[in-house]
Write a protein that binds this ligand. Sequence first.
Ligand code: SAH
Length: 217
Amino acid sequence: MPPPADESVERMEFMLSLRRRGISDQLVLRAMDEVPREHFVERAQADAAYADHALPICCGQTISQPYVVAYMTEQLAVKPQHRVLEIGTGSGYQAAVLSRLAREVISIERYRTLAEIARIRFKTLGYQNIEVVVGDGFKGVPERAPYDRIIVTAAAEAIPDALVAQLADGGTMILPLGPHGGAQDLVKLTKTKEGLKRDNLIAVRFVPLLPGQAREL
Ligand code: SAH
């Protein structure tokens, strides 16, 4: 048998490193295996698509590190009937992974350019259950609420009230919480009858959640 091509070795190592770091949900692993990360990075970065770190994308933003994408997805515990809201489409990679697990993903991005590029990627890859909205994620997408799951992929300094309001009863929200550019905690919130239950997960570093739609781009 010929030796496997470089890319397939790289992808095997990619999957192995996720398992080694503790990702164990088989459906999450399968979703990570299915989504071709090289389609979501800049062409110049294609060689680094399967390395376990964040990479720069357009508009001064980043595509998150694969481990963090897998970890957040696992913690979100998405079920096939769920409708998921994502704040911060960026490259579209996290939305693509979620779309393999959920009924529907609605993703909001403040940069029109990023939203348009992500839409083209989803169309090319045949992901039909993702809707990209251009706007301010602090406000969420109330016309499509409630959401079973909400994932915020930019760091907030406080829990955005509008997002809590759009979370279904019993629903879960995951967000990086903490000062911009500083130490942030990944926080899991569950909406219960008694109020919001909060669990702090891991330390993370995300680009900031900024108010308003971006003026240019
Ligand atoms: N989920 C992305 C990671 C994106 S980085 C991926 O998988 O590639 C965070 C993104 O959040 C950036 O694209 C940034 O523009 C966006 N963002 C920041 N503040 C926002 C806001 N208020 N509303 C919508 N998007 C926001």
